[in-house]
Structure formats: structure tokens, C-alpha cells
Design a protein around this ligand. Structure first.
Ligand SMILES: Nc1ncnc2c1ncn2[C@@H]1O[C@H](COP(=O)(O)OP(=O)(O)OP(=O)(O)O)[C@@H](O)[C@H]1O
Length: 624
């Protein structure tokens, strides 16, 4: 042993129990609480301050340690978790192993849950009960039985109260299954149509378990970190800032009065105020990947206590733009391994290549599909019109003139087009605004707020608004430009016809969109929509001489409608016989010309398949 090592061995390192896990500086040795949970040495003076060894902020009343600690550690035994959050409205406590909900706050309740006749809150529509008719398929080992109602048990009583306050009278199919699957500590990949309640699908079981079981203790060394850190129990990753905010707003409803405090972090907003919020306590963190990585690097968040990792819009989160960031967060920081956390993935679409990649993050998961993966809701009436590019503006004006009073969302492919078209619409005296990636966060938020409130009845958007956004009263979605990927179309039109409400989607189609013609026909047929004859004609032209595949056209849709483990062509340990691969263009429609066999009958147990899909892209995610 070296001289130095010898000296270190003989130092009084460790706590009173003789544990050698934390260094106690000379001036603190022998003092009360000098080890676990007590004041500790700052081992990482990252901010360069010379005298400020202690972060001290938690001493301002966080109260989690139950005494003695300058830090935010939660392992204080008798101390109340969330105790020092007493002044935060609607946030309860976890004290001495018990959940202590906060007092009722009627003003806050009104803000969170609104009233039944407030149109700013989405209420379920006439077709809500039809969700029960959608076939559900759950594959994997020992899939738990679904619930049929919201009851306690199995749901935590406080959560049930909040669900009732939100006027949710019965679970949607994805919620019926996700509650028991997640309660059984299983991983989940869930595919359900747009607007069918996937957010509740992950929030309800995660919160129910969290309310009942309380927080995990922060590892001692972590609790003693110099930098004040947040130690969330659950992290939800979402692809856009707006979606992250929306999930956070939902989380605020369902965590009302509980010990679980949700926080949201996303890029383009002041990081200082986000850090302040984190420092007030953060148990459920909703984040976009870039900002989360940043905060992890700054040491402001530790993921060591994560029990639940949720990827909302999971296929988007694992596609070429985000995958490296997700891998960094999941594998490159201090998040527990897949074996020691639950990983939950949700989306309306889940292409085969992405399902294949996703297994890197999952263990023994249940695959749940409500309806066919990637199908559109029958609540949306879809029209496809043949419109040449040069005629699109006048066709749009005609459509708008014929529209009802609801909100209309208009999708275009480029940011420049979004600005130009908005300008054009405003010149026509129409109340239009725009959202796209070149607008500042403040502008984006203002545009969305104007649209939500109806001050602007038209929102021109790029794909940034395609996923997840839940805006009541959107009655019409217009694809002024069609996307190259049919899954993007599915998400875009899903901004209407939500929660059992009805809506209309109109697409302008011309020869420039031939790459999606086949999938478009499949989608329309599946959703019992009218297929215009020009689409059939174009399909024959495009595919007649090509044998139905290849030539750079999109892969057969049937390849992405199921649990890939159940498709033919792979036994445990073998390699699945799909020809897609991540080498294909993600944005270009073709996911590599998948050639999955249509045979079924895999074991339903795909968990021991070969691993290590390649992460081959550093493509940026600024495509919107
Ligand atoms: N059980 C329920 N009863 C009534 N309304 C519900 C229920 N669950 C969810 N909702 C409402 O349905 C709407 C759509 O839910 P949500 O946004 O979770 O859909 P989603 O499946 O995530 O959609 P997307 O695929 O577009 O992200 C929301 O307004 C939500 O409040």
C-alpha cells in the first residue's frame, strides 16, 4: 500500500457505525450527526466558492432529513419527506412511513380541475364508450388481468379522489391494462390510438404505487453532495417542450395533495428558475432529453432513485434524433439498470425497427396494443383531396370558409412555410398564429395559449405540434403538406377526435406524396374511411410494376402493427428477420423496406433475444 493510501486508511473516515462510506472532515469528527444525515463535507466545489462548503438551501425548510443535515438527503428516518414544502399549495408529506395529504385548497382545485362546463378542459365525447370495442392484445409472460373500473384498491384512495375530481368516470383500455401491469412491477411497451388516455396510462399506476409506498431513501453519499440535487423517483421523457409542459400539468392534477411533487424542465427556458423549482423538491420529473442531460451534467439532478422511467412518444424518443441523448441519460449517468427500475414506453405508433431497438431498455416486458399499432381513431373522419401545390392556398381558404366554429390546426413541412402561410392567412383577415422550432420559447408558448383560448382559431404548425398535444376544441386538422412518414400523419391527425370526441382531418395530396400512397390507403381502409379513387390509381401506378414493395417506398404497414416478438422469423437468441434496420432514412418515409414475414405464433416471450442494436446516428433533432 502506498504511503498516501496508508495515511488515508488511518484517517477517521466513516460514521459512528464504522461505515466507511463518507469522509468526515477533521472539524466535524465526533460532532452530532457527523456522518449519515448530518452536516457533511462538500467534496465538489464546482461553483468555485471558497467558503461556502454547504449548500444549506435545504436548511431553509425542506425538512426531509428530520434534523441535522444541511443537505437535501431524504434518509433522515423520522424526518418528513416533503415536510419543509409545507408552504407549497397542494403538496402533502410523507412522514414516519405515512402519507399525509395536504389540506383541501378549493382555489387550487378549481385551477387544476376546472368545472364541468369549462371548455378549456377536455371532456370525454359521445364516442368515449366505443373505446371498449377496440380489440386489445397484450403479449408477454404472465400478463396480469385488466381492471374494469377506477376503484381503490387497486388504486390509492387519494389518487382515486383526484381521478374523480378530473371527471374521469371509467378507465380507457390502455389504462385498464397499464394499472395492473405496472403494479405487478412489469415493464411495458404500450401502443394505443391518439387521444385515448396514454398519459393517465402511465401516471395512474406510477402515482398510485408512489403514494402508497413513499419515497426511496437517498444513498448517503448522494445526500451529502455539495450541490443541492433533486432525487426524483420517476422521470418522464417527452420529445417537445410543449408536451413536457402538458404532462406536467396533468401530473399536477393527479398529485394534488400528495407527497409527490412534480417538476418540469425543458430547453429554451431559464435554467436558473428551473433549478430553483427543483430545489424546492422534485419527485416526479417531466423533461425533454436535452435539458435533462444539461442538468445532470451540472449535478443538479441525480437519477439514482429512479424507480420508473417513462418514455412518452417512445418511438420518437428512440428514433435517430433522440436516441444518443436517451442512451446517455439512461446508461451514462446514475440511473439504476433496467433490472432495478421499471421502464414504460407509450406511443400511438411503434415501428418494428424501433421496437427492436427499445428492447435495450426493457426487461421481460408486456407489449400492449389497443387496436392495431399505428391505427387512427374512427372518431376522426378523414378526407384526402387531390390538390396541386399551386392550388393549395385557395383550397385552404375554401376549406376554412366551410369549417365550423372549432379550432383548426394546419400542418406544413417547413418553418419557412409556416411563417409564410400564417402571414397569408392574417392578410386574409383570419386569426392565425404559428408554432415551429425557429420561434422562441416565449413565442411558442404565446402562440399555443392564443390557440387554446380561441383568440387565434388557426394554428399553422410544423411537426413540433404533431405529437401528444391535447387541445380541447380542435375540430379540424389540415395536412396542407403531407409528411413523408405515415406515422407522423397518424400523430398529426390525432390532435382532433380525442377522448371520444369527433373530429375531421383533411389532407392535400398530389403526386409529390406518392411515397405514402400505399400506407395511406391501408390506414383509411382500416379506419373505415372513404378511399378516393385517385389514391387507388396512384397506388397502381406506383406499385403495379414494383411488386408492391421496394423502390424507396414506405414499407408495408402490416409490418408495424404488432409486437415484433410475435412476428415470424425469430426464436429466442435468434435474430429477427426484418430487413428494416436503422440504416434507413427516418424522415424519408422508408424505414428500410421491412420484409417481415406475416406468420405469427412466436412464443410471446422475446426477452432473451440478441441485443445491441446499433446506434448509428448523430442526426440532430432540429427537423422541425
Ligand atoms: N379515463 C378517462 N376518462 C375521460 N377522459 C380521459 C380519460 N383518460 C384520459 N382522458 C382525457 O383524454 C384526453 C386525451 O388523453 P391523452 O392526452 O392522455 O391521450 P394520448 O393517448 O396520450 O394521446 P396522444 O397519442 O395524442 O399523445 C385528455 O384530455 C385526457 O384528459
Amino acid at each position: 500500500m502506498s504511503d498516501l493510501a496508508n495515511k488515508m486508511e488511518n484517517l477517521s473516515v466513516g460514521d459512528s457505525d464504522g461505515n466507511k462510506s463518507s469522509y468526515v472532515p477533521p472539524h466535524m469528527r465526533g460532532k452530532r450527526g457527523g456522518g449519515r444525515g448530518g452536516a457533511s463535507f462538500a467534496n465538489n466545489d464546482r461553483e468555485g466558492g471558497s467558503s461556502s462548503y454547504f449548500s444549506g438551501g435545504r436548511g431553509q425548510g425542506n425538512g426531509r432529513n428530520g434534523g441535522g443535515s444541511f443537505f437535501g438527503g431524504r434518509n433522515g428516518g423520522s424526518g418528513g419527506f416533503g415536510g419543509g414544502r409545507g408552504n407549497i399549495r397542494g403538496v402533502g408529506r410523507w412522514t414516519a412511513g405515512k402519507h399525509v395529504p395536504s389540506a383541501v385548497d378549493e382555489g387550487l382545485e378549481l385551477q387544476l380541475f376546472g368545472t364541468a362546463d369549462d371548455s378549456n378542459f377536455q371532456s370525454s365525447g359521445i364516442n368515449f364508450d366505443h373505446y371498449d370495442d377496440i380489440p386489445v392484445e397484450a403479449s408477454g409472460n404472465d400478463v396480469p388481468e385488466p381492471i374494469s373500473e377506477f376503484t381503490s384498491p387497486p388504486l390509492d384512495p387519494l389518487l382515486l379522489e383526484n381521478i374523480i375530481k378530473a371527471r374521469f368516470t371509467k378507465p380507457t383500455p390502455v389504462q385498464k391494462y397499464s394499472v395492473p401491469i405496472i403494479a405487478a412491477k412489469r415493464d411495458l411497451m404500450a401502443c394505443a390510438q391518439t387521444g385515448s388516455g396514454k398519459t393517465g396510462g402511465f401516471l395512474f399506476p406510477v402515482l398510485s404505487e408512489s403514494f402508497a409506498n413513499g419515497p426511496a431513501a437517498v444513498p448517503e453519499q448522494m445526500a451529502n453532495s455539495y450541490i443541492k440535487k433533486a432525487f426524483p423517483t420517476a422521470v418522464v421523457l417527452a420529445p417537445t417542450r410543449e408536451l413536457a409542459t402538458q404532462i406536467y400539468d396533468e401530473a399536477k392534477k393527479f398529485t394534488y395533495r400528495s407527497w409527490v411533487r412534480p417538476c418540469v424542465v425543458y430547453g429554451g427556458a431559464d435554467i436558473g428558475s428551473q433549478i430553483k423549482e427543483l430545489n424546492r423538491g422534485c419527485d416526479l420529473l417531466v423533461a425533454t432529453p436535452g435539458r435533462l442531460s444539461d442538468l445532470l451534467e451540472r449535478g443538479r439532478i441525480s437519477l439514482c432513485n429512479i424507480k420508473y422511467l417513462v418514455l412518452d412518444e417512445a418511438d420518437r424518443m428512440l428514433d435517430m434524433g433522440f436516441e444518443p441523448q436517451i442512451r446517455h441519460i439512461v446508461d451514462g449517468c446514475d440511473m439504476p439498470s433496467a433490472e432495478n427500475r421499471q421502464t414504460l414506453m407509450f406511443s400511438a405508433t411503434f415501428p418494428m425497427d424501433i421496437q427492436h431497438l427499445a428492447r435495450d431498455f426493457l426487461k421481460d416486458y408486456v407489449f400492449l396494443s389497443v387496436g392495431r399499432v399505428g391505427s387512427t381513431s374512427e372518431n376522426i373522419t378523414q378526407h384526402v383531396l387531390y390538390v396541386e401545390d399551386m392550388d393549395k392556398k385557395s383550397a385552404l381558404l375554401d376549406l376554412l370558409a366551410a369549417s365550423d366554429d372549432g379550432l383548426t390546426l394546419i400542418f406544413v413541412e417547413t418553418k419557412r412555410m409556416a411563417d409564410a402561410l400564417t402571414d397569408f392567412l392574417i392578410m386574409q383577415d383570419l386569426r392565425a398564429t404559428a408554432i415551429h422550432g425557429d420561434r422562441s420559447q416565449v413565442e411558442r408558448e404565446r402562440a399555443l395559449a392564443a390557440f387554446r383560448s380561441g383568440r387565434a382559431s388557426l394554428l399553422v404548425a410544423t411537426a413540433v405540434a404533431a405529437r401528444g398535444l391535447d387541445i380541447p376544441n380542435v375540430t379540424h386538422v389540415i395536412n396542407y403538406d403531407l409528411p413523408n412518414d405515415i406515422d407522423d400523419y397518424v400523430h398529426r391527425i390525432g390532435r382532433t377526435g380525442r377522448a371520444g370526441n369527433t373530429g375531421v382531418a383533411t389532407a392535400f395530396f398530389n403526386r409529390g406524396n406518392k411515397n405514402v400512397v400505399k400506407e395511406m390507403i391501408e390506414l383509411l381502409t382500416e379506419a373505415k374511411q372513404e378511399v378516393p379513387s385517385f389514391l387507388e390509381q396512384l397506388s397502381r401506378e406506383s406499385y403495379g410494376s414494383r411488386g408492391g414493395k421496394s423502390g424507396g417506398f414506405s414499407s408495408n404497414r402490416s409490418s408495424s402493427t404488432r409486437d415484433y416478438r410475435r412476428m415470424g422469423g425469430g426464436a429466442p437468441g435468434g435474430s429477427p428477420s426484418y430487413g428494416g434496420g436503422r440504416g434507413g432514412s427516418a424522415a424519408g418515409g422508408a424505414r428500410g423496406g421491412s420484409s417481415w414475414g406475416s406468420s405469427w405464433g412466436g412464443s410471446g416471450n422475446g426477452n432473451s433475444w440478441g441485443n445491441n442494436s446499433s446506434s448509428n446516428s448523430s442526426a440532430s433533432n432540429s427537423w422541425w
